[in-house]
Ligand binder design. Structure first.
Ligand code: NAD
Ligand code: ZN
Length: 341
């Protein structure tokens, strides 16, 4: 079968013919229809320090996908051949305290599809059936293929009550701009997003942002004054991984504000802890998606009118994958879809 594999310990990803994977007792075999490129795939492509320590050479990359079940192990119940599914890329142990308590996103022994084991950039993918998530007929293949990052946005945004609140999102990457649409959908008042990339700030406006602020040339405090916000933001969603953006968020939070951190900052990032303590801020780290509450919320919000479709800006047949990686790396895109059909 056709795969996109990390077959050499150097920058790049290679299209190769590999054997079709075997389906285990509790697994489903998924014929891939569409995949999307994630920031993680870009790290693997560029073979950065993290990838060199983490990625097994030879692995099929990718974890954002939709496809259809074509085979399943004898132990699988509750799925049908031909069923359309996306899937949770975090495979959890099932035995640790958190897994047993139903808090699987907090599993201590998570294994990543397309990170620690073969991923979705292939004609076929095997995952445990419990990780597959059925996609209702009224949700398109394209949207289903980005459920993984959409889930990051949903998990982060729904961490705190948003109804009537003023929300600051730092970072208008694909996840940040999806979070804009989610916050508006569930009833936030002002949703202000920051970035330094005009293309992405424009996309954020298409997703319904009250204001999209280029912090390279505009003062966030001026925008807050225009909106009549004297006390600061009630909820902050950090989605840039940029230390300065996080600091700016802390400076502009209301007392008692709540902050969810999805972006992954450099380990030497320094913040002013006085902002946290004297404002009585609540800070929550976010990893992945809640299994599977986040997945149900994604589905039901799309079915109740949430529109995230502007986040998908580019589509390529998989044979043109290099073009996809190039545009994704340029910063002049939202989500980029590769078609395997
Ligand atoms: P992305 O890199 O595409 O987007 C980040 C955006 O932040 C970019 O558009 C960039 O221009 C912007 N930015 C840079 N400096 C800024 C500043 N000073 N102020 C405001 N914005 C600034 O990333 P993404 O794919 O949308 O993901 C968002 C973040 O979440 C990344 O840091 C990613 O690594 C992280 N992530 C975390 C998890 C998790 O489970 N915790 C999962 C997926 C992604
Ligand atoms: Zn576990």
């Amino acid at each position: 079968m056709k795969t996109l594999a990390k077959s050499k310990a150097e920058p790049g990803i290679w299209m190769e013919d590999h054997p079709k994977p075997e389906v285990g007792y509790n697994d489903v075999l998924i014929k891939i229809r569409k995949t999307a490129i994630c920031g993680t795939d870009m790290h693997i492509y560029h073979w950065d320090e993290w990838s060199q320590k983490t990625i097994p050479v030879g692995m099929h990359v990718g974890h954002e996908f939709v496809g259809e079940i074509v085979d399943m192990g004898e132990g699988v119940r509750g799925f049908d051949i031909g069923q359309r599914v996306s899937g949770e890329g975090h495979i959890t142990c099932g035995h640790c305290r958190n897994c047993r308590a139903g808090r699987r996103h907090l599993c201590n022994f998570t294994v990543g599809v397309g990170v620690n084991r073969d991923g979705a950039f292939a004609e076929y993918l095997v995952i445990p059936a419990v990780n597959a998530f059925p996609i209702p007929d009224d949700i398109s293949d394209e949207l289903a293929s980005i459920f993984d990052p959409f889930g990051n946005a949903v998990h982060t945004a729904l961490s705190f009550d948003l109804v009537g609140e003023d929300v600051l999102i730092t970072g208008a990457g694909p996840i940040g701009i999806m979070a804009v649409a989610i916050c508006k959908h569930v009833g936030a008042r002002n949703v202000v997003i920051t970035d330094v990339n005009e293309y992405r700030l424009d996309l954020a406006l298409k997703m319904g942002a009250s204001r999209a602020v280029n912090v390279a040339n505009t003062e966030l405090t001026d925008v807050m004054a225009e909106l009549g916000m004297v006390e600061g933001f009630d909820v902050g969603l950090e989605m840039s991984g940029n230390g300065r953006a996080f600091e700016q968020m802390l400076e502009n939070m209301n007392h008692g504000g709540k902050v969810a951190l999805l972006g992954i900052p450099a380990s030497d990032t320094v913040i002013d802890w006085n902002q946290v303590i004297f404002k009585g801020l609540v800070i929550k780290g976010i990893y992945g998606r809640e299994m599977f509450e986040t997945w149900y919320k994604m589905t039901s919000m799309l079915q109740s009118g949430l529109d995230i479709s502007p986040v998908i800006t580019h589509r390529f047949p998989v044979d043109d994958f290099e073009k996809g990686f190039e545009i994704m790396g340029s910063g002049q895109s939202g989500k980029v879809i590769l078609d395997w059909s």
